[in-house]
Design a protein around this ligand. Sequence first.
Ligand code: SF4
Length: 702
Amino acid sequence: QGDSKDFDSETESVCPFCGVGCKVSLKVKDGKVKYVEGINGPANEGRLCVKGRFGFDYIHHSHRLTKPLIRREDAPAKGLNVHPDNWNEFFREASWDEAMAFAAGGLSGLRDQHGGKAVAGFGSAKCTNEEAYLFQKFIRQGFLHNNVDHCTRLCHASSVTALIENVGSGAVTATFNEIENADVAIIIGANPIENHPVAATYFKQFTKRGGKLIVMDPRGVGLRRFAEEMVQFRPGTDVSMLNAIMHVIVEEELYDSQYIHRWTENWEAEKAHLKDFSPEAMSEICGVSPDQLRRVARIFAGAEAGMIFWGMGVSQHIHGTDNSRCLISLALMTGNVGKPGAGLHPLRGQNNVQGASDAGLVPMFLPDYQSVMDDGIRKAFTDVWGAGDFSNEKGLTVTEIMDEAYAGNIKGMYIQGENPAMSDPDVEHARDALAKLEHLVVQDIFLTETANYADVILPASALYEKNGTVSNTNRQVQRVRPAVTPPGDAREDWKITVELAQRVGLNWDYGDVSEVFNEMKINMASLNNITWERLKTETITYPSLSETDPGQAIVFGDGFPRAEGRAKFTPASVIAPDESPDADYPMIMTTGRQLEHWHTGSMTRRSNVLDAVEPEANCSLHPKTLRRLGVEPGEHVRLSTRRGSIVIMARADRAVAEDMVFVPFAYVEAAANILTNPALDPYGKIPEFKFSAVKVEKAEGA
Ligand code: SF4
């Protein structure tokens, strides 16, 4: 940090990493961001974590793409590792005009030859709301179908599915800051100290003033030190455990009859369903004692106001939707929605995964979660777009698109800021699918692993080079502003999409990103009363009830956006994980993030501070497991599943159960997703990243 003499300009924006959405001030000197300070946004009140404060310098990394690139005709096979030292063996620089003509010509050529469904698109939760909106419009208007998705499919798709089904809306019912009014909070399948660090500071403060924190996770995550109860359950047994807790609430009549009667439906079915889930019967399955299950039920149901937070430990299972259904039922039966200190809050991962989903970057919904199957809704959009109708069928999701590409039915893709060659489950399959594409347009800021398969690469902009809006986990819409210009010939993503649309034949005409925002408002009721003008000075939580209302931190106090205003109980039955440990693969692998690295690592591994702190691919095992394997901490192990194997450095961590291994997925040299299981939740279509049967051995020469 420094004083005002140390910089030429300062610009307010939003941290590009997690869904907390911390507001930042970017101090710029000589055209470069020199340091970052937290400022007083509603989600951070001046605080930042290590990524927000020190992880910004990737934007000035020498690996940034500065020119459009076209694959050389004599290039080696797709998929070989392209890097900044050898890129010109694979690609040649091109002008924007040539690259755009090539990119658009390839996509429209496939459309004209094979039909629109030969082309699909992945947008990005790293881009702005306006960019996400334009991306889904590009596919729907330009190719007349809904095969467009983004990484929400890999994180909270199952949570959103359950929330829409049962409370009528996919967003949180209360901001995380609302915990200051709660008496009790459950945090399940989430590790906020590493993944939502600034939100974690609010959770810790909550316990300091006497709030009761119940942490539930197969790993002893960091917040256990602040917890009244740490419930370390067996992986994949969430439904058994949660149903047992609800069984106690029913058995001991701790539920809120008045709330249930006034605001819910299907209670009798839920009550009857829970009869079979006594703590004594479920304890065997979930590994939690009946006493603890009963204590947790009494603490949560006995409080005046309780919140439930969850992360991908809940959502990334083939029963992820059922897990979320249980959490929703628990909140409903205790009357914990729609009042101060109460609510349901899936902690969103990426900085704009909430906004990108709201903006319609999903295959089943147009903006604001309006069904693509509804003729009237589609017409409302095509009227604004000045275009003809598009398909009324739900589109394909991320992994389904990859399967169709592998089968040769999808022949071209436009991928903006996503990295499926690292992020998809069973990633070798995804890589093979990408290699089969006849035409792949990649728009990014670095040569990602996905760019290894590109036919044309369009150099794009980082968040600190952009103008637009993003929406955080709290439903808070905030402006991002360019502090610096993109390097070389790189451009803002929305401008690239607009030109590409024009070149595939669409009549798009936007002079400024605010025009995109204003178009979004026409068919997005969630943006009512939120204006570009207001966003210049305000953060606004949607819904905002008037042009002076900063927005509603808590929703559904006066009913739900469902039939008769009632939320619904959906009973959940136990579904075992897709694969079980056996003699060949006797342990359980789970994947996730760690504090210093972000998702597929393309940004944080190019940040000096973050990469210096955490430079090497690593996994965590219990010390006893390491001893049993004859491995010292710091030595390497081989992890093998039915999909493949990796060699990775092992760390000792008592928080990991003895039959488990935890693997961060940010490291290309030991890509965790080579190992993960692509089996999908049938409702949310989310893969089971959190449970793979694995063999762990000492690596040769370790
Ligand atoms: Fe950025 Fe999230 Fe850290 Fe805030 S908590 S500084 S949004 S990574």
